[in-house]
Ligand binder design. Structure first.
Ligand code: PMP
Length: 444
């Protein structure tokens, strides 16, 4: 595309769209726009190819523009564009739920559809509270999250979440929420390959909260099995098992927020499979449709579902749902996405590539500014030393330089996060780390 054509592709008014998680006033000075995407690459408005190092926003696990998914959505919109989700249904919603239920580790076997990760989180928190009531444990109203946790942007999600910037602006939060510590421990675990050795005992923070409030007041604990948006924090060996044990001992539900880890990111369908720890509720979104149509889903155990099927009459339904729950386009996209994952072995591909990925990532250790590197499956993080007095600046300049050099990365604070589509080839992994190496050498 010529410079003139590129300029024409960018609208004049960049003010009307108030962008999410973006400083509009900075963006409009140097807009970055994608106009196309295919497989592992985006095309910019200037006609440049950008290697997708982040699967969009951790979501396009099957890559971009996959014909099978495109065709399924096209066919669906022509056939049944919308169907009410309350007291009605359409066959693909039930087909998808059954297909997902069959993929889940037992005893997770029921599915509630939402439209995003944030909605999945708020739904899971509400199911947890309602379940406790349904089984006669209505005093259990407290929710427990973690420092640095990211659970989307609903009021439930920011309340149990622990990212300060996402909370401080808004004042009102849910009451009755406690936070246990995150597990990041660079003094003991820096540059660990895979799961860190040290820190399972961080789970015992939960015991302290239980002792403080009494178990009879606590409904659920929510954690990301691998914390993503806060900068990729891998759980120490044994940590999640320990959390599960403590929850079991005290009648507390365990929720895994698998919005990032679900659908193959770790080389297993879900993180619950990877860690061999099964929570009571799982929140997902993103990879369920490979990001093509917004969709989320909450998975719950038979015990939770049955509490509503056999519980008191006034709880015969959940009194919760969305106009677009199980939207036909999303269901069609999800079914075609699951076909693609299955046919191409994508849900386990991260396991085959993880060693190659890990070696390439950790080879960046000798680059300037690098103070830690973390990885699991096809997730990676490179943490940079912040510039004194200007936190986030160094990583953000890496993001801008990488974009100019044809690589999409994501940054949070001074951490570079990587999570490519699961179709990435070894040559593209080399290219990704080669570009990143050059970027790290080029920035101040
Ligand atoms: N939970 C987790 C763990 C996430 O990573 C995200 C998104 N990055 C969300 C919830 C929120 O998802 P959404 O942006 O689709 O609302």
């Amino acid at each position: 595309m010529s410079d003139k054509a590129a300029a024409a592709a960018i609208p004049n008014n960049l003010e009307a769209f108030w962008m999410p998680f973006t400083a509009n006033r900075q963006f409009k000075k140097a807009p970055r726009m994608f106009v196309g995407a295919k497989d592992m690459h985006y095309t910019t408005a200037e006609g440049r190819q950008v290697l997708d190092g982040t699967a969009g926003l951790w979501c396009c696990n099957a890559g971009h523009g996959r014909p099978r998914i495109v065709e399924a959505v096209q066919k669906q919109i022509a056939e049944l564009d919308y169907a009410p989700a309350f007291q009605m249904g359409h066959p693909k919603a039930f087909e998808l739920a059954a297909r997902l239920a069959a993929m889940l580790p037992s005893p997770l076997d029921h599915v509630f559809f939402t439209n995003s990760g944030s909605e999945s989180v708020d739904t899971a928190l509400k199911i947890a509270l309602a379940y406790q009531r349904a089984i006669g444990q209505g005093t259990r109203t407290r929710l427990i999250g973690r420092e640095r946790g990211y659970h989307g942007v609903g009021f439930g999600g920011i309340s149990v979440g622990g990212i300060v910037a996402n909370r401080r602006t808004f004042g009102t939060m849910l009451t009755g929420v406690d936070h246990i510590r995150h597990t990041h421990d660079p003094a003991r675990n820096a540059f660990t390959r895979g799961e860190p050795e040290h820190g399972a005992e961080f789970a015992d923070d939960l015991i302290k909260v239980i002792q403080l409030h009494d178990p009879s007041t606590i409904a659920a604990v929510i954690v990301e099995p691998v914390a993503g948006s806060t900068g990729v924090l891998i759980p120490p060996k044994g940590y999640l098992k320990r959390l599960r044990e403590i929850c079991d001992q005290h009648g507390i539900l365990l929720i895994f927020d698998e919005v990032i880890t679900g659908f193959g990111r770790l080389g297993t369908p879900f993180a619950a499979d990877y860690f061999g720890v099964t929570p009571d509720l799982v929140t997902t979104a993103k990879g369920i449709t490979s990001g093509v149509v917004p969709m989320g889903a909450v998975f719950c155990t038979k015990a939770i579902y049955d509490a509503f099927m056999t519980g008191p009459d006034h709880m015969i339904e959940l009194f919760h749902g969305y106009t677009y729950s199980a939207h036909p386009l999303a269901c069609a996209a999800a079914l075609a996405t699951l076909d693609t994952y299955e046919e191409e072995g994508l849900l386990t591909r991260a396991a085959d590539l993880s060693r190659y990925w890990e070696d390439g990532l950790h080879a960046l250790k000798d680059c300037p500014h690098v103070i830690d590197i973390r990885n699991l499956g096809l997730i990676g993080a490179v943490e940079l030393e912040p510039i004194a007095g200007e936190p986030t600046k160094r990583a953000f300049s890496a993001f801008l330089k990488a974009y100019d050099d044809g690589l999409l990365i994501r940054t949070t604070g001074d951490i570079i996060a990587l999570s490519p589509p699961l179709i990435i080839s070894k040559a593209q992994i080399d290219e990704l780390f080669g570009t990143l190496r050059a970027v790290l050498h080029a920035i101040d």
